[in-house]
Design a protein around this ligand. Structure first.
Ligand SMILES: O=P(O)(O)OC[C@H]1O[C@H](OP(=O)(O)OP(=O)(O)O)[C@H](O)[C@@H]1O
Ligand SMILES: Nc1nc2[nH]cnc2c(=O)[nH]1
Ligand SMILES: [Mg+2]
Length: 159
């Protein structure tokens, strides 16, 4: 079955990431932020700005080839975050929870936060903002671009 899509604009991503920052500021102070690249980089930049945090680490986990789930591969481990105690781990979303499981095994004491969450991955996240259904594919601003759309009358969809 073709997935339904949930398209997130830059503006919405900024608002949702700021909402996440409001939740996280109450739970700090944090030693730093570990961004799960690549998807976590922009939410991490927005949250870091709001929390006035300049200590940014990264961990790279490759789990998907476009929309196809694969075997997760840690392409770059975090260097400075120890066992994660006092650190905030940020990603754009949790879907099956595969990426979160891998990162939790590396940073077991970190606080794990995402902007978006699907039901299967929700139990692996400490804080998130918006839930979408499991059969929804989230399209981020970096996945899309504005393009011409035919007028409804000429779309071929009108009987
Ligand atoms: O809960 P899961 O099923 O593991 O899915 C969530 C992960 O999938 C995406 O990353 P992706 O592997 O596409 O890599 P990218 O962030 O570098 O694009 C997304 O950014 C999350 O990190
Ligand atoms: N862009 C995007 N990446 C994902 N990786 C796992 N699930 C998703 C999703 O819904 N959207
Ligand atoms: Mg990712």
């Amino acid at each position: 079955m073709a997935p339904r899509y949930y398209t997130v604009s830059w503006d919405q991503l900024h608002r949702d990431s700021k909402a996440l920052a409001w939740r996280l500021v109450e739970r700090g102070p944090w030693k730093g932020i570990v961004a799960i690249t690549r998807g976590g980089l922009i939410p991490a930049a927005i949250v870091a700005r709001e929390l006035d945090c300049r200590m940014i680490e990264s961990v790279s986990v490759i789990t998907y080839d476009e929309e196809k789930l694969g075997t997760p591969e840690v392409a770059k481990p975090p260097v400075a975050a120890g066992d994660g105690e006092g650190w905030l781990v940020l990603d754009d979303l949790v879907d099956t929870g595969t990426t979160a499981k891998v990162v939790r095994a590396i940073l077991p004491k970190a606080h794990f936060a995402t902007v978006y969450a699907k039901p299967a991955g929700k139990p692996l996240v400490d804080t998130f903002i918006t839930e979408v259904s499991q059969d929804t594919w989230i399209l981020f601003p970096w996945d899309t671009e504005p393009q011409f759309v035919a007028p409804i009358a000429r779309s071929g969809l009108v009987k």
